[in-house]
Write a protein that binds this ligand. Structure first.
Ligand SMILES: [Zn+2]
Length: 331
């Protein structure tokens, strides 16, 4: 009797130790609570690499997944590309080509809102993506910045525009009740149209976008949210000279960066803008938008700092067998 009690107690303690400590030993992934999607409007990945971007570089050094050869949709323009970003659908499917068009596909905002999570969409280009905001809880549609307007003129642009947009977006987001936020940083596109993609001004606008991203990261870190947030950085299209819209690689190629829990680190080669919504859905554990045609990126790649589940299970079973054999011999 005494032996049976002892045996059961020892076995109990051993099992608690194995199953209780195993997840700690492999570094259980943090829970994903927030998603922030940023487009650096009109940002070419080759110029992003050339620019001085310490904040984006730090995300990559800390384990972001990134591609410098991702592709947007044709025609490579702001409204249809954002519609594809939010729906995972191609323009032929979502039918959104100009502001105010009738969107024929479900957005990732609607997926989150239908599950009771609040979303924010910040269209800082004065309505260029007007029509994509259905069911979004907070819509910022700001026309009163000086970098864009009916008459774009050299010298009238606001060099701090990207920073102001992020500052305004964070005012809402840091209240903590928004799960998914989208922010459009517009200045790269403006400077590209005014001065061309090889200009100093265009490069500088990428650098202020990086500073805006640094502002976001600093806020998340200070609040203790950085480990619980998925940050996605991309562009709607590139830029060739002072324009875009064609199927030229300069217009079609965009950067694509994912940083957050369960994102496998390193460069990947073949992402598309329509892959963003289904990939976010998969990482967050919700269904993709209904009309999504994109792929889930990184399937089959293990996230950083984690041992494959099969290995964990194998080690646990082996340890249990050894302990049971040892107990049977002793008792
Ligand atoms: Zn443009």
């Amino acid at each position: 009797m005494e032996h049976t009690v002892q045996k059961a107690t020892v076995l109990g303690i051993v099992l608690v130790l194995i199953f209780g400590l195993a997840p700690l030993a492999v570094g259980a992934p943090s829970e994903l609570r927030y998603v922030v999607i940023i487009t650096i409007d009109g940002c070419r990945p080759d110029k992003l690499q050339e620019a001085n971007t310490p904040n984006i570089d730090a995300l990559i050094a800390q384990g972001a997944a990134y591609s410098w050869s991702a592709q947007t949709v044709y025609p490579s323009k702001t409204p249809q590309a954002h519609a594809s970003l939010f729906t995972g659908a191609k323009p032929e499917t979502h039918g959104f080509y100009s502001p105010g068009d009738d969107l024929k596909a479900e957005t990732i905002f609607q997926v989150f809102e239908n599950l009771g999570m609040r979303t924010l969409l910040f269209d800082s280009k004065g309505g260029r993506i007007n029509g994509l905001q259905a069911d979004v809880a907070v819509v910022r549609n700001t026309k009163d910045y000086r970098w864009i307007g009916p008459s774009w003129q050299r010298g009238s642009e606001d060099p701090e525009a990207n920073l102001r947009v992020m500052e305004d977006a964070l005012e809402d987001f840091m209240e903590g009740w928004i799960t998914l936020m989208f922010v459009l940083l517009p200045q790269t596109d403006t400077m590209g149209h005014l001065y061309g993609h090889t200009s100093e001004q265009y490069l500088k606008a990428i650098e202020t976008a990086d500073q805006a991203i640094g502002m976001l990261v600093d806020n998340l870190r200070a609040r203790g949210w950085l480990d619980e947030t998925l940050i996605v950085i991309t562009a709607d299209h590139g830029m060739t000279g002072t324009d875009h819209g064609t199927d030229d690689p300069g217009d079609m190629t965009i950067p694509l960066i994912f940083f957050g829990p369960n994102v496998p680190p390193g460069e990947f080669g073949n992402g598309e803008i329509i892959d963003v919504a289904p990939t976010i859905s998969a990482l967050f554990g919700v269904r993709p938008p209904a009309d999504s045609e994109g792929r889930i990126l990184f399937e089959g790649r293990e996230p950083a700092g984690e041992i494959p589940t099969v290995a964990v299970a194998g080690v646990t079973v082996a340890a249990a067998i050894i302990i049971v054999i040892a107990l049977r011999r002793r008792l």
